[in-house]
Write a protein that binds this ligand. Structure first.
Ligand code: NAP
Length: 247
C-alpha cells in the first residue's frame, strides 16, 4: 500500500475531486480526515469511504473561511493520529460573471474560499510537519489559473494565486523535507461543471486532444503520486491534468 498509515487531511472531501482523492488515499492505506460544509453529504462520503476501503475517516463540517475551525481540526487530528503527513487543499467554488458586473462579494467569496483557505490551512499544518521534518502539501489549482478565462476573473485570480503561493511555500518549507505542489485540472465532470449545457461540454471535448472530459479519478491518481514517496524530489511544480487542452 502506497500510503500505509499516512495521515491525510483533505478539504472539499464531500464530493467530486476531493471525495475521490480521499477514497483513493484510503484504499492505499491512509488514515483520512475529511472536511466540507454539508454534514449530510460529508457523512455519506465518510460512510462510502469506510465501506470501500475499510478505513473509518474522521470528518469535520465547517466553513473553510474560518481560521479558528482549521486549528481545531489540526488539533483533533493530532490528538487522534499524533501526526499529519499530507494536506490536500481542494475545496473550491465558482461565482462566474463578467468583471464589470461582478459583485464585490462574489470576488471576496471566491478569493476567500479558494485562496485564503490554502494559506490558512497550510499555516495550520506546517508547524506539525516542520516538527516531523516531513510533509506533503497538494493544492488544487486549475488551468484557468494559468490561462485566465472570460467570466471567471475572480476564480482565475484565486487559482493563479494558488500557483504563486505553492512556489513560495515550496521554497520556505523545502529544507524541512516538506514538498508543496499544485495540480491544475482542466474540465472534470463534477457538480461544479454539471450546470454547463451539453453543447458547451461537447465544444470543450472537441478541443481536448485526448478526446474526452476528465473524471475525478484522473486528478486523484496525480494527487496520489504527489503524496507518495515516488515524488520526493518534486516540489513547487504545477501538474496539469487536462487531457492536453492547454499545452
Ligand atoms: P465540487 O464538486 O463543487 O466540490 C466542491 C467541494 O468544496 C465540496 O466538498 C464542498 O463542500 C467544498 N466547499 C465549497 N465551499 C466550501 C467552504 N466554504 N468551506 C468548506 N468546504 C467548501 O467541486 P470539484 O469539481 O470537485 O472541485 C474541487 C476543486 O477542484 C476545486 O478547488 C475546483 O476549483 C478545482 N477544479 C475543478 C475543476 C472541474 O472541472 N471540476 C477544474 C479545475 C479545478 P460541500 O459539499 O459541503 O459544499
Amino acid at each position: 500500500m502506497i500510503l500505509k498509515n499516512q495521515v491525510a487531511i483533505i478539504t472539499g472531501a464531500s464530493r467530486g475531486i476531493g471525495k475521490e482523492i480521499a477514497l483513493t488515499f484510503a484504499k492505499e492505506g491512509a488514515r483520512v480526515v475529511l472536511c466540507a460544509t454539508n454534514r449530510e453529504r460529508l457523512s455519506q462520503a465518510a460512510q462510502q469511504i469506510e465501506t470501500e476501503s475499510g478505513v473509518k475517516p474522521l470528518f469535520f463540517t465547517f466553513d473553510i473561511r474560518e481560521a479558528k475551525e482549521m486549528s481545531e481540526v489540526v488539533k483533533k487530528t493530532l490528538d487522534t493520529h499524533t501526526r499529519i503527513d499530507i494536506l490536500v487543499n481542494n475545496a473550491g467554488i465558482t461565482r462566474d460573471q463578467l468583471l464589470v458586473m461582478m459583485p464585490e462579494e462574489d470576488w471576496d467569496a471566491v478569493l476567500c474560499v479558494n485562496l485564503k483557505s490554502v494559506f490558512l490551512f497550510t499555516k495550520a499544518v506546517a508547524k506539525a510537519m516542520i516538527r516531523q521534518r516531513s510533509g506533503r502539501i497538494i493544492n488544487v489549482s486549475s488551468v484557468i489559473g494559468i490561462t485566465g478565462n472570460a467570466g471567471q476573473a475572480n476564480y482565475a485570480a484565486s487559482k493563479g494565486g494558488i500557483i504563486a503561493f505553492t512556489k513560495s511555500a515550496a521554497q520556505e518549507l523545502g529544507k524541512r523535507n516538506i514538498t508543496v505542489n499544485a495540480i491544475a485540472p482542466g474540465f472534470i465532470e463534477t457538480d461544479m461543471t454539471a450546470p454547463l449545457e451539453n453543447q458547451a461540454k461537447e465544444d470543450v471535448r472537441k478541443r481536448i486532444p485526448l478526446g474526452r472530459l476528465g473524471v475525478p479519478n484522473d486528478v486523484a491518481q496525480v494527487a496520489l503520486f504527489l503524496a507518495s514517496k515516488q515524488s520526493s524530489y518534486i516540489t513547487g511544480q504545477v501538474i496539469r491534468v487536462d487531457g492536453g487542452i492547454n499545452m
